[in-house]
Design a protein around this ligand. Sequence first.
Ligand SMILES: [Ca+2]
Ligand SMILES: [Ca+2]
Length: 232
Amino acid sequence: MKGMFYFLIIFCMASAASAEVSTRVCLADGNTPLELADPNAPFVYRDIMVGTRLTIIVDSNLSEMWNGGLLITGTDRDYGVLSARDYNDITSDWEGSRFEAAGYRSSVLELEELDIHGFDMMSHYTSVAGDWFIIDYTAISAGSCNVGFYDYSWPDGMDSPVYDITFSHVPSRDFNNDARVDFADFSVLASHWQETGCSDPNWCEGTDLDADGNIDCNDLVLFAHYWLEKTE
Ligand SMILES: [Ca+2]
Ligand SMILES: [Ca+2]
């Protein structure tokens, strides 16, 4: 009897864990996963450079109607911004941000209120398990930004996210703004080597990465952390 009890508990836990709509975060290619900052913190991602574009994919192992959202609130909107794809101005639907698996008549609608910006997503009962929606995210300034993942069917689901996806942004190493950190950027840093008196807002073309006024080995080490990284 006791064995049966534990079997049922495990069965129920497995069911709860497996039946869900969830998110994963990838680079701009929509395919390469962005690493977590700490494997024990499931929704806190590694630092990214200002200007980096990411994709947040909403996937599901359910086939049912679901309604939820990805939203940024308050001052977090100063650090990151969400965008969607292929707006249809007749239906107000962002068609390019939903996949076929979300079902016939699924929708992605922009939500902009006083201190909230993001996208509401709705799947249709013809949905199937798989990737349902894709929303783009861009880091716009140094600092951190939480993107709330909402499930409106939850009690208080309109007011509180199921969880926050946390991004941290560091100054860009892409000094020439071509979406890639490479020798061209290194040569910008080298051109300011051992310069002093770097100051806000230019910081010697952005090469004073620790903002201490001087271009030295500390900046070079910070630069090297993102060697060959792409922002789009
Ligand atoms: Ca570059
Ligand atoms: Ca410095």
